[in-house]
Design a protein around this ligand. Sequence first.
Ligand code: G3P
Ligand code: MG
Length: 249
Amino acid sequence: MTIPQRRSGPTRNEVQAHRGASAVAPENTIAAFKAAAEQGSKWVELDVALLKDGTAVVIHDVSVDRCSCSRGHLADMVATDLARIDAGSWFSEAFSGEALPTLAHAIEKLGDLGLSANVEIKQHAHHISLAQLAETVHAHLRQRAPHTEIMISSFDSEALKAMHKLDPSYDLAMLWSELPRDWADILTSIPATTIHLNYKALSFGLLEEASRRGVKVRAWTCNAPHLLVPFWDAGLTGVITDDPNLFLT
Ligand code: G3P
Ligand code: MG
């Protein structure tokens, strides 16, 4: 007889460093990815958007205002503008001069660091087309190191559909802040078999139904491991956190 194992926390493979280890380094920078690797993470989550000239960059917001010492909307910027951007000092002087990475640079560094990535596609109003965004991300991901595993996530189901068209083998996750009633139909339409849900919206009912349907559920962005303890045993399959140390130690 097999006795089911009680799970009070995630395995290393189930922890993703949100925007890198963004509790200890400036989010979505190579420094944050390095910090995640140093903490023992296998996975990082990062956000991708396009500049005016189609350059794919790793950034959460639609402008550089919050996370750099510069100001400007991505829709008004081109690749050569990146050289003047300090994406580290706003967080701490210790990270002064840290670059705002292109996706190409980030993918290369993830390979060096032995990291895998959850690439979150941010579809902003200024993007010329979803097809261009998806094709650009896809082209960069094809350059990844063989040991770098990739999953794609988005709040935009159309972005996930576009990625599926380009390569049906992509592991796709639908992001939600709150679970819509028709979540299962939306997943089928993509198709995707993973939900990334705000941890505040988790429920035992969802985990039971998801497990019945073969759907994985990860929780974001949780920095309080005790809040998730009851859910691991109920079938939660991962956590996205600013502070991987909390879950890995
Ligand atoms: O992937 C989880 C999380 O990153 C989604 O929200 O706004 O931090 O990109 P946000
Ligand atoms: Mg994100």
